[in-house]
Ligand binder design. Structure first.
Ligand SMILES: NC(=O)c1ccc[n+]([C@@H]2O[C@H](COP(=O)([O-])OP(=O)(O)OC[C@H]3O[C@@H](n4cnc5c(N)ncnc54)[C@H](O)[C@@H]3O)[C@@H](O)[C@H]2O)c1
Length: 391
């Protein structure tokens, strides 16, 4: 017997889309997003996210997946709500802004109070406990999501683990939902809500730590005129260290690592710590170091080759090159941009070029967080720390 018949996923970003598309192999799934363009794309079997595998799933499951621009059509017709909504970091409050999640939970509570809610958004430690005491009548469970942008389907088909912040019968049914999708045999952890919330923030902070560590190694080697590539290759040959997340960059970036490290630091609150704060600070120091290194080259005009964080990304959220751009512009250097994802002619006052050749000709130095064959004829102008050609 199936665990649920009709499932509603709210938020058609990376997380919501990949989950909805995969669940629609076995269930009737509604996906709700306030962005009407995303709704239109899904209803015409097109993907609003960049993922090499999603199209085939969208086409084969189209009879079981329908998108809506609001929640109304789903009320009274859903057995489980899955929330994959943004939790952006609010620099003023020094905490995640969870207002979209809270407003949506409130709407469900008013209109469909008996239906359980699963949160897949990344949340601060203590959020579930807070929301359960605010709305004791609803069943609400958190399960962290570990997918990578650009590999959302692949990662949900082969999850490294399933973590559920609850031990109830509902928690077991939810874990079965994700085990059904998986092609592998993932280990399942049933934890306290605060433990599951911590797992997500500590996982991403560890990844950020690794990036920051090898970036700091690179700053050190650059300063002493040593060969970073050789040092990292030899360091990472130790299987206890391994090769993952060791390719130097302008800093860790993208939607999740910058905000999740800051949220974990905020959750430490009065708990003594040295490392978590250092992960956040290290990313600032790295960008300062890279910007100073660029300034030593006295460039007339710096070209930014792509604002995205890495190859295959379809958005420019919190990419580290934007931090470098801000720093060198503050020193009076002219900066131009090549970013096909941007349609406007200016980005924070910098001219956006649509013609790659003109962009290359107009730049005296080109910054590339990640190298690309587009730049293979201009290698003498390139400034990158991408040593291994990996993301
Ligand atoms: N992107 C990742 O790789 C990743 C991985 C793991 C966890 N997460 C977490 O999952 C959450 C979602 O991430 P994402 O990358 O999918 O976000 P996203 O910004 O790509 O997608 C969120 C979607 O929610 C929609 N939305 C906003 N307000 C809404 C509302 N009131 N009602 C309905 N839809 C609304 C937006 O239009 C958007 O399409 C975040 O908490 C993030 O930290 C993201």
């Amino acid at each position: 017997m199936k665990n649920f018949s009709n499932i509603s996923v709210i938020g058609a970003g990376y997380v919501g889309n990949s989950i909805a598309v995969l669940l629609s192999q076995n269930y009737n799934v509604s996906i709700i997003d306030i962005d009407e363009e995303k709704v239109r794309l899904i209803n015409s079997s097109n993907s609003p996210i960049n993922d090499p595998l999603i199209k085939e799933f969208l086409e084969s499951n189209k009879s079981r997946l329908i998108a809506y621009p609001n929640l109304e059509p789903t009320f009274g017709k859903t057995d489980l709500y899955i929330l994959a909504l943004p939790t952006n970091y609010d620099p003023k409050g020094n905490y995640f802004d969870t207002s979209i999640l809270e407003d949506t939970i409130d709407q469900i509570r008013i209109n469909d109070p008996k239906i359980p809610i699963l949160i897949k958004s990344t949340i601060p430690v203590g959020f579930i406990s807070k929301i359960r005491s605010k709305f004791p009548e609803i069943q609400i469970i958190f399960s962290p999501e570990f997918l990578r942008e650009g590999h959302a389907i692949e990662d949900n088909l082969n999850p490294s683990r399933i973590v559920i912040g609850d031990n109830s019968n509902l928690a077991k049914r939810i874990s079965e939902l994700f085990e059904e999708i998986a092609l592998n045999d993932p280990i399942c952890f049933f934890l306290a809500p605060e433990e599951a919330e911590s797992v997500k923030l500590f996982s991403n902070s560890y990844l950020a730590l690794r990036v920051a560590y090898f970036n700091e190694l690179d700053s050190y080697a650059l300063n002493l005129g040593l060969d970073t590539e050789k040092i990292i290759s030899a360091v990472c040959s130790d299987p206890r260290i391994g090769r993952g997340y060791n390719n130097p960059s302008f800093g860790y970036g993208g939607y999740c690592l910058p905000k999740d490290t800051k949220q974990l630091l905020a959750n430490y609150n009065s708990v003594p710590q040295n490392i978590i704060g250092a992960i956040v600070d290290a990313n600032v120091s790295r960008k300062d170091y890279i910007a100073d290194d660029i300034m030593k080259k006295n460039p007339d005009c710096v070209g930014i080759y792509r604002l995205i964080m890495k190859e295959g990304s379809d958005n420019i959220r919190s990419s580290s090159v934007q931090g470098i751009m801000k720093r060198i512009k503050a020193k009076g250097v002219r900066v131009i941009v090549y970013e096909p994802l941007i349609t406007q002619s200016q980005f924070y006052g910098s001219e956006v070029f649509t013609n790659l050749e003109k962009f290359k000709d107009s730049s005296s130095l080109i910054l590339a967080n990640r190298m690309h064959e587009d730049l293979s004829d201009t290698t003498e102008k390139i400034y990158t720390r991408d040593l291994f050609g990996e993301s």
